[in-house]
Design a protein around this ligand. Structure first.
Ligand code: SF4
Length: 421
């Protein structure tokens, strides 16, 4: 059988998704059937292919201009290829992504559907009806429902043969479903954990290849081992960190810092004592998003400002730098809410926190997808600029403000692409 070319578009934002997909293909022993190629731009693909070609794009909303340009060009150049899309943006805007020129969209988590689809393709079987896949039929979207959630223990998180590694995903799903965030809508509200046994197998393997900095992917590090993601299972977290440390006495464990974070109401003295003993990160990423109690309720955060104050104090007490996430330009925010946020950021930074500043982007698939992109008022702009100049804040909030408007216009006017190409 001639090999099929499987081409992955890669950039800095989708490498974790590509790792998971390749890990899944390796788990199902499908990887060897493919010639895997990674590319970032059209220029990387100055080649002609001798057999079937499948292009795979996993992307978020920030990438859509780039994706649109690349896919339009590739579809002209490689006419008989198949174009697959997955990830947060296509899962939230299935129709728009199919209109971009993708043949199939993989909705939500895709380890299972991706493997099944490719297996059917390789064996010459019908692959359109794969659960979790969407496509256009006479201009209507057909979605093959997929009711099953992926069991993380059933799939490798990485491909050993391709030596593609990164942060290890330990938990998927989030019960909080904050209105601006795609996590719960993409992965569901039920938390699923990779078992300690499976994690330790990977840690031993990392040690064998001298990878001794360990980072984790999880919506909330303190949810590890929890039955519902709301109650902290301190025993599970302690066991996880202790056993990793036993394997890597001189390694570094990053827990609750990028690319994960912690929920403020879940930090306690007991947890902080444990973290201070077991982990190596200096920063602890804490989600707050606003300084207004009213806005916390409106966005469904399910914690209070006092929870954030207390989390920041605790983090500082145990010698961590709390990096607190804020989102500006939230839907329905009033002048009073903005003033509350400015005062709250000042209060937290005086306690020792750093502000990680973001601008609201209405993301497809979330309850706030139809809201207007965030606009930053003069008062907030002044306040955040002052904090940045004092080294107390950082973030891409300005770029996000400019991009958000452009992006939203683009995906809401799917048939009006003028001016974007
Ligand atoms: S913002 Fe955090 S807590 Fe809220 S839904 Fe997303 S991952 Fe969960």
């Amino acid at each position: 059988m001639r090999k099929t070319y499987l081409l992955f578009w890669k950039n800095s934002l989708n490498r974790y998704s590509i790792n998971a997909l390749l890990g899944a293909l390796e788990t199902k022993k499908l990887l060897n059937n493919f010639e895997i190629i990674f590319f970032n731009s059209i220029q990387d693909l100055n080649i002609s292919f001798k057999s079937s070609v499948i292009f795979c794009f996993s992307f978020c909303s920030f990438n859509i201009f780039e994706i649109y340009k690349i896919v339009s060009t590739l579809k002209t150049k490689y006419k008989n290829s198949i174009f697959l899309a997955g990830g947060p943006h296509p899962s939230g805007d299935i129709y728009g992504s199919l209109c971009f020129g993708f043949d199939f969209v993989f909705v939500g988590e895709s380890e299972e559907s991706f493997c099944l689809f490719l297996d059917n393709f390789l064996n010459g079987n019908e692959f359109k009806s794969t659960p979790g896949v969407a496509y256009l039929e006479k201009e209507n979207v057909k979605i093959n429902k997929n009711k099953k959630y992926v069991d993380l223990n059933q799939y490798f998180p990485f491909s050993k043969s391709l030596m593609r590694f990164g942060p290890l995903e330990i938990t998927r799903g989030c019960p909080f479903a904050c209105k601006y965030c795609q996590t719960s809508f993409l992965f569901g509200t039920k938390v699923r954990h990779r078992s300690i046994l499976t994690i330790l197998e990977w840690i031993k393997f990392f040690k064998s290849i001298n990878l001794t900095d360990i980072r984790f992917i999880t919506p909330n590090a303190l949810a590890y081992g929890s039955r519902n993601g709301r109650e902290v299972n301190i025993e599970a977290i302690e066991e996880l960190l202790t056993k990793i440390r036993e394997i890597l006495p001189y390694g570094r464990i990053f827990f609750g810092s990028f690319p994960s974070e912690v929920r403020p109401e879940q930090l306690s003295e007991k947890i902080m004592r444990l973290l201070a003993k077991k982990i190596d990160n200096k920063n602890l990423v804490i989600g707050a998003q606003t300084g207004s109690e009213r806005m916390l309720r409106s966005m469904g955060r399910q914690h209070t400002l006092d929870d954030v104050r207390s989390a920041v104090r605790l983090a500082v007490k145990y010698n961590f730098i709390p990096c607190v996430d804020f989102i500006f330009g939230l839907p329905g925010e009033t002048k009073e809410d903005e003033q509350d946020t400015i005062l709250f950021m000042q209060e937290l930074t005086q306690l020792g926190a750093r502000v990680h500043a973001h601008t609201f982007i209405p993301l497809p698939g979330t309850p706030w997808e139809d809201k207007s992109p965030g606009k930053i008022s003069i008062d907030v702009r002044r306040a955040i600029t002052r904090l940045i100049s004092n080294g107390k804040a950082f973030g891409n909030w300005e770029r996000q403000e400019t991009e958000a408007e452009k992006l939203v216009k683009f995906w809401r006017n799917k048939f009006d692409l003028q001016g974007y190409l």
